[in-house]
Design a protein. Sequence first.
Lengths: 252, 446
Amino acid sequence: MNEQVVVKKIFGTDQEKERSIVFKKDSKNVVIRDSACTHQTFILQDNADVVIMDKPKITEKSRHITIVAGKGSKVLYTLALQGSADVSCKLISATGSTIDIRGIYIGSGDDQIAITTEQMHPAPQSHSSILFKGLLTDAASSIYKGIIVIRENAAGSNADQSHQAILTSSQARSLSVPALEILTDDVQCKHGSATGPFDDQLIFYLMNRGFSLNQARALLIKGFFAEVFSQSLFSKNFYANWIDEQIREVYE
Amino acid sequence: MISPYKSPKGLNKKIVTQISEQKNEPGWMTDFRLKALEIFESKPMPTWGADLKDLDPNDIYYYLKPAPQSSSWEDVPATIKDTFNALGIPQAEQKYLAGVGAQYESEMIYKNLRKQWADKGVIFLDTSSGLQQFPELFKKHFASIIPPHDNKFAALNSAVWSGGSFVYVPEGVHIDMPLQTYFRINQASMGQFERTLIIAEPGSFVHYVEGCSAPVYRSNSLHSAVVELIAYKNSRIRYTTIQNWAPNVYNLVTKRAIAYENAKVEWIDGNFGSKVTMKYPCIILKERGAQGQIISIAVANQNQHQDAGAKVIHLAPETTSNIVSKSISSKGGRTSYRGLVKVLPGCVNSSSSVKCDALMLDAQSRSDTYPTIDVREESARIGHEASVCKMSDDQLLYLMSRGFNEAQARSMIVNGFIDAFVKELPMEYAVEINRLIAHEMEGSIG
């Protein structure tokens, strides 16, 4: 994407409950979502190219996003969740389109984070990819449910989905239900889910080079999250400060 | 020829009581069966999983006293006969497997092995004999892992069970040769409602193998078995199943194991046949250091749905589990992996890894994956990955450019794909599986 494109801030503090936004054919946009809308649909016409970034401090807990990507269009949707949240993303991919969703979540106290995604591929040569990474402390819990459906006439499509969570306390909990329904053979699909603590070897490595335990953990979390927004310079820069702030809050 | 005893179709208290009387069972077992019947009748048919709407529990014979069936060789479908020939099954065995021949005569081999096992204190009997001859041991463990109210089909099996094996391995005894039901061939070992119970005392080892890769043809269409394994401290149980029921059979099975301290349980599960299979071998890792491994393959061809999977529940620290699932769907078949990995709080330093791969051989087939990963322990390391793809054109080109024809190339690729499963089998089974795949691949060209 051309970095000269002006970043537009859209959707202000709109009180409408449902809103449908259309991105015109062949347009290129980078938008920031900072909205009280709980249900939104983004429709990309042919060959549109969009980056949609949710501001980290959106206050409403619930958001339900539908993305309909037209032929040849491309969309990257990014989000950063803090505290309890209920998020669902439904993606519908037309021929030649690419939809990427990237998100991180940080839960503490007794936060409950629920993320549900559906990747629907009714057309050939369509692509979608979802990556969520999370950090859970105290008695926070997360539930990730994702389904990829590739229909009979969606040959040449590929879809992947990954959810990774680091649990840092005895009461944290993660539930992951990634599902696949594949109705044609000429596809590549995969999903992965991983849950666990910090790698002891990496903590040891950093600590014997002079970092304290908390500094070591902070560094590892930063590295863990770095992958998520690395696809676009816009998203990488947009969330950098917020991530640093969150990590400082947890580990200092 | 004496006609075999066959109960009328359908199920009621009278039939259940007759089954128990035919077997001369103690009162507690008759009561157990009748209670299970009530539970079966009170539970609805499951609406998740495979499509069971054509299965009518009232249209089934629930008890056939062991005897040859009265159908004839001419009635056996041609596809079944073809597969027998492709696998090189001897004539006498073919008739037995098709349910039209007399019992296959393996008595001599079995007698010698029975003596060796008896000398070590090993018990290997059919389940009814186990109940008669070892009532206390039997009663202590029977239905302790899978009670009748577990699910509708466990309740059904609990009411009408017949056949299956009772195996007991004393402390410290290692049985080097796999125990195979093929040795005890009689109607009971290939019955519809087998109930198998295996108890491994501390430090013991047993490998039990059931089924065979040759298709087993039966006119009756429901197979609902229950298998319970109990692996005490430091013991190991390996249970291998190769199922190739004919394509009219509903195969709905509940299998569960419990592993105590440092015990290891392995389910090696091959699903090749049946119209519908719903089977999710489960291991409960109850005490520290217990290990579970489930290697399963599911092959679904035309009109087949293999809804198989694996479940592991971690209840203690330092428990580990490994699940490998491979599935192949072709000619419109459907394979579904349905699994659960659950790690409860306190399972410190436990780990689990699940890998599901699906191979789709054509555009008409279907592959699904429905795993659930529920982690409630911070130090546990849990990973799950799944992939779906088709047969690689590059691999086919490579093999065909070196002189293999398309069918041979495809069967080599499929055999390579399922290698993780095949290498766990005793040699003669591995050879048969390879032949079965080759035979299936020939049928899939064109």
